[in-house]
Write a protein that binds this ligand. Structure first.
Ligand SMILES: Cc1ncc(COP(=O)(O)O)c(C=O)c1O
Length: 447
């Protein structure tokens, strides 16, 4: 709170931290927000870093970077200059250890003791030389599970999507995806910024758009192309659909898309960050889903509980091109077997249990729908996510955080609640007890 009484000081113009003067202008805005000890601490730390000239330059840079991190994480979302800082609410709750249940995402899990043991005991080598036996075992295992020739271990789902897509999309071509797709919403325009390909979005690709209309959108030009129209190289789908509350694509629609894209000479890619959830929900082997696509990116660090890692999956040539893109992006890893071991462990021990996450999400959805009719649709809870319609998602998330339950704001009026490996029946029952009255307190939804 000390920072509140002092007038904001400007930066000294020292150049040790690029972009510092631009960021420091954020201070007055942050200081107008009430109840922001953490933010003010961040600002004070920057002031100290600026005004203590004798400190070691390395320490100076570290302190300043840490302070900006604190400020950044607590900044309100763009366009919300006043009011409580929503990300700060989760952070405060975590810091004060008042969180009883964290349902923001299925990425918040911690490796289990068995997984940690597998990591510690992993055989390793230099994977850039292709000498890490555990990475190779993971790649072979996943390729086999999904019915493809090859797979490539990459650090993240974002890199997996990028490498898989860019390896199949020549520069200057387009990738078509749903308007809500992760690749066009949360991957910071990487395909355009780094890959030289454009994305085009279709609304309702996953459900409402007629297949004939999807087909009509593919600009494939198999006979040689035109000189003035961009060519479609890939159609990308996401299964399960993260921004749509974990909905699963019907198999028939995917099969039909495969037929349409194959006929047009367009590749069909799947962002399968949660493909495992789809397979469990539809009670089909992962290979039934994998076999539909030309390429996939699948994640180990979402519902499966590994700390890191995704795989690009496809035919051998495609995966070799993806390997080049991984290296170009700086994603070549050395003794990555310690990470791959976590992935192998997750695939062997933590796939079937996703059914528990789905059951718990369904139970929670029904509890909340009973408390606040019209704000939750249990019919649309097919896997491990529950979407809540609320007037102000940030405010709702902050109220829940104050009561020890963390949920995510998935849009201005949409809250996302995600079940995962680290929450059991008791935790979900508790979350229901906290969230139900908060929802019931909101204005009733007109029937
Ligand atoms: C559907 C989907 N695709 C891709 C990703 C990207 O994964 P990562 O965060 O590992 O880059 C996510 C992340 O949550 C996701 O939900």
């Amino acid at each position: 709170m000390a920072g509140k009484s002092r007038p904001p000081r400007r930066g000294t113009g020292r150049s040790a931290f690029p972009g510092v003067s631009r960021k420091i202008t954020c201070r007055p805005r942050i200081q107008t927000i009430d109840d922001h000890e953490v933010e003010n601490n961040g600002a004070d730390e920057i002031s100290r870093a600026d005004t203590e000239p004798d400190q070691d330059p390395a320490v100076f840079r570290l302190r300043r970077a840490a302070a900006f991190q604190v400020m950044y994480e607590n900044m309100p979302p763009p366009g919300r200059g006043r009011g409580r800082c929503r990300r700060g609410a989760a952070r405060r709750a975590l810091a004060s250890k008042t969180v009883s249940v964290d349902l923001r995402s299925d990425t918040v899990t911690r490796p289990t003791p068995g997984m940690r043991r597998a990591m510690a005991e992993a055989e390793v080598g230099d994977d850039v030389y292709r000498e890490d036996p555990t990475v190779r075992a993971l790649e072979e295992h996943v390729a086999g599970l999904l019915g493809h020739q090859a797979a490539l271990f990459v650090p993240s789902g974002t890199m997996g999507n990028f490498c898989a897509l860019r390896a199949g999309a020549p520069v200057g071509t387009e990738i078509i995806a749903d308007t809500e797709a992760h690749i066009v919403t949360y991957e910071l325009g990487g395909l355009a910024a780094l890959g030289g390909v454009q994305t085009r979005t279709l609304t309702g690709l996953a459900d409402t758009l007629a297949l004939a209309d999807v087909e009509a959108q593919l600009r494939a030009f198999p006979g040689g192309g035109t000189y003035n129209m961009v060519r479609t190289s890939v159609l990308a789908v996401e299964n399960t659909r993260a921004r749509d509350g974990g909905l699963v694509w019907p198999l028939e629609r995917l099969d039909a898309l495969r037929a349409i894209t194959s006929a047009a000479g367009v590749a069909l890619h799947c962002d399968g960050a949660r493909l495992w959830n789809a397979a469990v929900a539809q009670e089909v082997p992962p290979g039934r889903l994998g076999g539909i696509f030309s390429t996939l990116s699948v994640c180990l660090s979402k519902g499966l509980g590994a700390p890191v890692g995704s795989l690009v999956v496809g035919d051998t040539d495609h995966v070799e091109r993806a390997r080049e893109w991984r290296k170009r992006l700086g994603g070549g890893m050395r003794q990555a077997g310690v990470l791959a071991a976590a992935g192998l462990y997750a695939l062997r021990h933590q796939v079937a249990r996703l059914a528990d996450d789905h059951r718990r999400a369904g139970e929670l959805a029904r509890t909340l729908a009973a408390a606040a009719p019209g704000r939750v649709d249990p019919e649309r809870t097919e896997t491990n996510m529950v979407l809540l319609d609320v007037p102000d998602a940030g405010a709702f998330a902050a109220r829940a955080a104050a009561d020890g339950v963390l949920v995510g704001a998935a849009g201005p009026a949409k809250v996302r609640v995600v079940t995962h490996l680290d929450v059991d029946d008791e935790a979900i029952a508790h979350a229901g007890k906290v969230l139900a009255p908060l929802l019931a307190d909101l204005p009733a939804v007109a029937a």
